[in-house]
Design a protein. Structure first.
Length: 344
């Protein structure tokens, strides 16, 4: 295999960036090569079964083998088609996840904190790192807004379908009458932008302000102006970062968030234009769209885009998102395959 030869060459590690890129390419191709090998063996089994059927004494056994080989070929064909679908170039990127309280006041802010913990625990299960970029705490321990960076392998591929409106139905702790309240939060998942390749920010287009950061309830008050607020004047996008004690690092993080928001804005504008030609069930990332309901009294979570209801809300809120995320990814793949079939 050509990639194996390149990786095994004596001077392979001379250019470490190229070496790592070749390693990533090999890791991506290896499962496809293995599945294609299985496909070839299944074709051989089918041919052998057809040949065996010419012997009257072996016909019954040959028919069983033929049916098994045909079923295996059909399954492998579907798997190979899915594996060969065009990949989102952002799938391997880290993300910024932004969670904002919506309707529902204090209860919405508490739900925002619950959602953040859910994603943080899911990230922990995946071996990813979570860094809080900025937070605006509510009086009862929730978040009016929280922005975090999640870094690891294939983060955007797993979390990209989480953008949208998340609704919660439950009895708030402050509710004396035991009535169920409905509140909502919005989630935005932005792939981390490459500041060189993805976007160029004109220094004349931004205004940078510094201010003193303070924790919830006045704790850990910073005595220097280390917090940074960047305003992108053409779009009005405002980014704050106050998590680090270093103004330099806060500024760098805020610029990274701004770049990601600008790239996301451009992506959504492009998708809106494409939506005039085709309707995508999942990949829009429209934050005004209600995508999921968390009903605590009934113990269920419903994803409205794929009509999936799971009765395991406690596990999901503890970060057990694999079934939800897997179902969304499968539906997206089915959409892509259907679109390719209509274009063919």
């Amino acid at each position: 295999m050509e990639l194996d030869a390149l990786l095994a060459a004596e001077d392979a590690t001379r250019d470490l960036d190229r070496f790592r890129a070749l390693g990533r390419e090999r890791a991506e191709i290896e499962p496809v090569v293995a599945r294609f090998g299985e496909f070839g063996r299944a074709e051989g089994d089918l041919a052998a079964a057809i040949e065996l059927a010419h012997d009257p004494q072996m016909r019954e056994y040959a028919d069983e083998e033929r049916h098994a080989a045909e079923a295996r070929l059909a399954a492998l064909t579907g798997e190979l088609q899915a594996m060969l679908l065009p990949k989102d170039p952002s799938d391997e990127r880290n993300v910024f996840i932004e969670i904002r309280a919506g309707t529902g006041g204090d209860e919405s802010a508490l739900f925002a904190a619950d959602l953040f913990r859910m994603y943080a625990r899911y990230a922990e299960r995946q071996g990813w790192r979570v860094e809080i970029v900025s937070e605006s705490a509510s009086d009862l321990g929730g978040y009016r807004e929280i922005v975090a960076r999640i870094a690891g392998n294939g983060v955007y591929a797993k979390l990209k379908f989480e953008s949208g409106g998340h609704r919660v139905q439950r009895v708030p702790e402050t509710e004396a009458q035991g009535r169920i309240h409905t509140s909502a939060c919005t989630v935005a998942v932005l792939p981390e932008a490459d500041p060189v390749a993805d976007v160029t920010i004109n220094p004349a287009d931004i205004r940078i302000d510094t201010f003193r950061a303070s924790g919830a309830g006045g704790q850990h008050i910073n005595k220097t102006d280390s917090a940074v607020r960047i305003t992108h004047l053409p779009t009005g996008i405002v980014v704050e970062c106050q998590d680090d004690r270093s103004q330099h690092r806060n500024r760098a993080q805020a610029m990274a968030v701004l770049a990601s928001r600008l790239v996301d804005r451009e992506r959504r504008e492009r998708q809106q234009k494409e939506a005039a030609h085709r309707k995508s069930l999942i990949g829009s990332g429209d934050r005004s769209e209600r995508i999921r309901t968390y009903n605590f009294p009934q113990g269920r979570v419903t994803d409205h885009r794929i009509n999936l209801t799971l009765y395991k809300i406690d596990a999901i809120m503890q970060g057990d998102l694999d079934e939800l995320i897997g179902a969304l990814a499968q539906e997206f793949q089915a959409e892509q395959l259907a679109e390719l079939a209509t274009e063919a």
